[in-house]
Design a protein around this ligand. Sequence first.
Ligand SMILES: [Zn+2]
Length: 197
Amino acid sequence: MSHSDIDELIRIFSRLPGLGVRSARRLVLQLIRAREQLMQPLHLALGNALTNIKTCGTCGNLDTQSPCAICADERRDNSVICVVEDLADLWAIERCNLFRGKYHVLGGTLSALDDRSPAQLNIEPLIVRANAAEVSEIILATNATLEGQTTAHYLTNRLADAGVKISRLAQGIPMGGELDYLDDGTLGAALKARLPF
Ligand SMILES: [Zn+2]
């Protein structure tokens, strides 16, 4: 391992959330010291994940199978679809252990500022799913940010003819709040007490 290989590792790790150059350096140092116990399994796990992770063709979730494990789970309720911005929000709701329906992952929010249009999000497949006979409710669980709410309003209009009940998470999600940062109890309560949009 040349010095530049090590620098490259530090550079990559320092781009991960929560890590600055200092923490990245410590992390890499630890990996180098424990090559067999840490670096080798990490190499293997990253390689496997890189090869196997795919986007679910139904809901947009990321998993090692498509349809993803949630879409493929026949014990889950097909009549309710919870719409989230991204994977972190799906994971947050799954951690509450309350929701037994299916998901739809948008892959972001609409944003005039960042020039993100409906065509760039996973919206058309949602409209198709919402029109399926078995679907009776769509929960719009976008974040309580300006972009999240704008996206929810846009979806409400697009879903108006689908003949489904449209609901949103109850109050209690602080404005500007992102689902991933809420404690499971707060998010669970907001999901249980959801309101018509
Ligand atoms: Zn899926």
